[in-house]
Design a protein around this ligand. Structure first.
Ligand SMILES: [Zn+2]
Length: 435
């Protein structure tokens, strides 16, 4: 899942020129929980929004992001930068004991960002390639690597960079082969992303095994690392266009992170792709990152009153109804889910059809920005309704199906509405299947 955030190196470099991050690497230890990084990878987290809501965005504030180490070395990779897996050289993973790999990264950091200054530091992410292979060459094994644990060599690599560049911040990840915490304390300018993937996406997760595992993992990492960020999730990655009432679940997660002393959160949404209700959800998530005790219902209502003056009541009532259902049933919100699963969890077919139709009627009386926003939302929701027909949740009705297809065709005129999921399946291909 992490690989979905693979931005081109060019974009990262541009991002750094535009944004950079200006904070002192040495001050973070005393920072309040959740005060250091509010990353939202959503289409509504624009540059303007970042400024007004003090959010972060990976395109703007990372020198090297996620698994982009591979892109950094790609053209100049030499054999010895790659791992030994099952006794053989494999270009699917790095050897973090490789001097050539270290030199390449060192040279890149120096070229692009220099040594940093008292008030300028860059965030550099060093993670293995996104798979479960580990280098077990003699050097990595001597550091402590096993066929399932890459933490020793990766940590040593990151520590070496952190020592050489004390003004920059270096991040590793507690994920897959680096899930096991290091056995020694990491430098003050080293941080870790702990993935929350084990923490079930439901409003009350406290009685689950995943919750215990996540909490234990964060606590174990905190013993050795003063800067913990959580890599979090807030979308159905199989369907960006249908409603996903994640806000009360996210509130519960952010409260937990705060209580665990986590300093930053990166919330992986739909990236640059349009997703239903994202404008409101991004706004509320930004408020929750500032203060996890923010009143979610009040924030939703306020957002809609401001941006959808004519249809605020309709939108707030419907969306809040979904959140309340997710809360009262405490059903799992599927991060990868079909229409069937969304309907088992929180969507009610009849209620949805009625809402979509009322919103469509009401939208015709709106003007300006509200009308534009509703046009995009209704286009996305036409996909939801088509999925209900396709999966047999709604009885076939050729006339309405034709109408929904016409509405969905309008996607081509809307910014960012080309894909319907994380894998990049296009709406155009979907529409062709209906022909
Ligand atoms: Zn190695």
């Amino acid at each position: 899942m992490l690989q979905s955030i693979s931005k081109s190196l060019a974009a990262l470099v541009v991002g750094v020129v535009l944004g950079g991050c200006h904070s002192n690497a040495q001050t973070a230890q005393s920072a309040d929980p959740l005060s250091e990084y509010h990353g939202l990878y959503t289409p509504s987290n624009t540059e303007e929004f970042q400024t007004s809501m003090h959010t972060n965005h990976p395109d703007y504030d990372w020198g090297v992001w996620g698994h982009n180490l591979a892109k950094l070395v790609k053209d100049e990779a030499t054999d010895d930068m790659y791992a030994i897996v099952d006794g053989k050289r494999s270009s699917k993973q790095f050897c973090f004991s490789s001097q050539s790999l270290y030199n390449k990264v060192r040279e890149y950091v120096l070229d692009q960002y220099g040594w940093g200054t008292a008030d300028y530091s860059e965030r550099i992410s060093i993670m293995p390639m996104d798979n479960k292979t580990v280098c077990t060459c003699n050097d990595c094994t001597a550091r402590g690597n096993t066929s399932t644990n890459a933490t020793p060599a990766v940590t040593a690599f990151v520590e070496r960079l952190a020592e050489e560049f004390p003004r920059h911040k270096f991040f590793t990840s507690a994920y897959h082969t680096t899930n096991t915490p290091p056995t020694t304390s990491l430098a003050a300018n080293v941080g870790t992303f702990v993935s929350s993937i084990k923490l079930p996406m439901r409003v009350d997760f406290t009685k689950t095994e995943g919750y215990n595992e996540f909490v234990q993992n964060v606590k174990a990492w905190r013993k050795q690392c003063s800067r913990i960020y959580v890599w979090d999730y807030e979308r159905n990655y199989d369907d960006y266009l249908s409603p996903f009432p994640c806000l009360l679940a996210m509130q519960a997660r952010f409260r937990l992170y705060r209580d665990l002393g986590v300093q930053g959160v990166f919330v992986n949404g739909s990236g640059d792709d349009y997703s239903a209700f994202d404008d409101m959800q991004t706004y509320v998530l930004a408020l929750l990152l500032d203060n996890p005790d923010t009143d979610v219902h009040e924030s939703i209502a306020r957002y809609y009153r401001e941006h959808y003056p004519q249809t605020a009541d309709l939108l707030t009532t419907y969306y809040w109804g979904l959140e309340q259902r997710a809360q009262s049933t405490n059903h799992l919100l599927p991060l990868y889910g079909s229409m069937q699963e969304m309907c088992e969890s929180y969507l009610d077919v009849k209620e949805f059809v009625s809402f979509r139709s009322q919103l469509d009627k009401a939208s015709k009386l709106t003007v300006g920005d509200e009308r534009k926003r509703l046009n995009a939302l209704l286009t996305a929701l036409a996909y939801t309704q088509l999925e209900m027909y396709r999966t047999g949740l709604l009885a076939k009705d050729e006339e309405t199906i034709g109408e929904m297809r016409e509405i969905l065709k309008g996607h081509s005129e809307l910014k960012g509405m080309n894909n319907r999921d994380e894998s990049g399946h296009s709406i155009d291909d979907y529409l062709k299947k209906w022909e």
